[in-house]
Design a binder for this molecule. Structure first.
Ligand SMILES: O=C(O)CCC(=O)C(=O)O
Ligand SMILES: [Fe+2]
Length: 202
């Protein structure tokens, strides 16, 4: 645990209990045991890498998103992901068209510092992040001032990241060598088409 200066971030809006304990436990187990998790080894420019988590990317037909060197293959929505998406959309009142599903099998899995600010997400990316399973902290660090903070994301919580979060902050989910339980995180996103037009507006 670092003891440096901790700040709050107004661009992060957390709703705890978006799914209650029963539903979040059920959804966690359904995804952990029933989702088609691919191999987490991948190749870039002839070199082999291992992603430190399992990951799938699902989107409406025709959507392209290059993230981490085109590592993501677009998969169709499953019935379960569509059901979760509908509830998230109704709550946030925002039309998402894609989701990145991450499985942290235990505390050794993590995501490093990054911002979800790819061009495909447009100028004002709203991202809604659902956590199921073990609580893990999302750490954030201001790009200029380097001020740091963290927010713990419990099972069933929905974190809405406002556009300025991606503009001004980096975030990560650090390793925790003592944690044995798994966690699944779904980040709902809206990809705009490459020429800048919104894919659903015509
Ligand atoms: O697991 C999380 O809470 C965050 C995942 C994340 O940052 C991402 O998918 O871009
Ligand atoms: Fe992210």
């Amino acid at each position: 645990m670092d003891t440096g200066q901790r700040v709050q971030c107004p661009e992060l809006v957390l709703t705890e209990g978006f799914y209650d304990a029963d539903d979040s436990g059920r959804l966690y187990r359904l995804l952990r045991d029933g989702h088609a998790w691919p191999d987490n080894r991948y190749c870039v420019a002839g070199r082999q890498f291992v992603l430190p988590r399992l990951q799938t990317w699902h989107a409406d037909a025709g959507i392209r998103y290059s993230y981490s060197n085109n590592l993501l293959q677009t998969r169709p929505w499953t019935a379960l992901l569509s059901e979760i998406k509908a509830k998230v959309e109704a709550y946030v009142n925002y039309p998402f068209n894609s989701v990145l599903v991450n499985c942290y099998r235990d505390g050794n899995d993590y995501v490093g510092w990054h911002a979800d600010n790819e061009r495909e997400l447009g100028e004002q990316p709203v991202i809604a992040s659902l956590t199921l399973g073990a609580a893990r902290p999302l750490q954030f660090r201001h790009k200029k001032t380097l001020a740091q903070g963290q927010i713990v994301l419990p099972s069933g919580s929905l974190l809405v990241m406002q556009p300025n979060f991606q503009h001004h902050w980096l975030h990560s989910v650090p390793m925790d060598a003592n944690l044995r339980e798994g966690r699944i995180n779904l980040t709902f996103r809206r990809v705009v088409v490459p020429d800048g037009r919104d894919s659903l507006s015509g």
